[in-house]
Design a protein around this ligand. Sequence first.
Ligand SMILES: Nc1ncnc2c1ncn2[C@@H]1O[C@H](COP(=O)(O)OP(=O)(O)OP(=O)(O)O)[C@@H](O)[C@H]1O
Length: 306
Amino acid sequence: MPDPAGAFAIETHGLSKHFGRHTAVDGLTMSVPAGAIAGFIGPNGAGKTTTLRLLLGLVRPDAGSATVLGHSLTEFERYLPRVGALVEAPAFYPGLSGRTNLEVLARLGSHPGSRVGELLEVVGLSDRARDRVGTYSLGMKQRLGVAMALLPDPELLILDEPANGLDPLGIIEMREMLRRLAGQGKTILLSSHLLGELEQLTDWLIMLNQGKALFCGPARELLAQLVEVVVEAQDAVQLDLVGRIAGEAGYTVTKEDRILRIACSAGFADTLKRQAREAGAPDLAIRVREASLEQLFLALLKGERS
Ligand SMILES: Nc1ncnc2c1ncn2[C@@H]1O[C@H](COP(=O)(O)OP(=O)(O)OP(=O)(O)O)[C@@H](O)[C@H]1O
């Protein structure tokens, strides 16, 4: 959980990065509280990887400022030793075992080699630690990449799509591992397109679009912005009527057999119930529940584009 003292592990103010005439990060202001598992979401090309690379000192900003673990981006040598990252596909020696790869990296980075066994355990690779990395599956390589990021025993972990290419079991294992690491007090910032996964894992969310933050705050707060109204009826005419009311109000309506799902504000859910009754559709079963992160994501993007 985020640090109750309210300290931020990451803060950016008006951070910008251009590539030629293209603006990848556009005056981005965001924060990640210490101790949080923060999800970084946004459509393809929103600027997530570029932001993570800026935070890691891999590219320099054109404007704006940021602090990581209390130090300005310009003092990256002061905070980078306390940060573990998996941003680009990690490079390993394919002919060496997972264990030897980590031992070599520990020696190169002057990290204690005694941590290697423990880290292989943490990422669930102990059984295959003596096999050559060239024989590892994509998921095993991802987990070895996380072990590599953990070598310096970092306070902050920055992971770009760590569940990329993992099978469902691998995704669950990654989730449990990240929870364990957060339980040790580490701050984790991870980008992902797996919104259902982030919904289960994160307590803080940053949603990026075209290099700007559409939302930055507690995940609960974002999820509370939208509800899902589920309307059931035997009579298709009544369902169509409700669908029309919601559609005319600009909300997205999904229809499945005799069920309508409408992602809308809590206030509109009450309006919808009343209008449906008044319009002569009294036999509807209407339930209101919290919307999913995926619905919110689509609603926020739709709002931006309209
Ligand atoms: N080195 C670069 N040179 C030129 N353009 C770049 C470079 N890196 C990123 N971009 C551009 O900046 C924009 C943001 O890219 P970025 O990789 O940060 O997005 P992203 O949110 O991580 O996307 P995805 O979800 O697809 O990984 C894109 O339009 C991309 O083409």
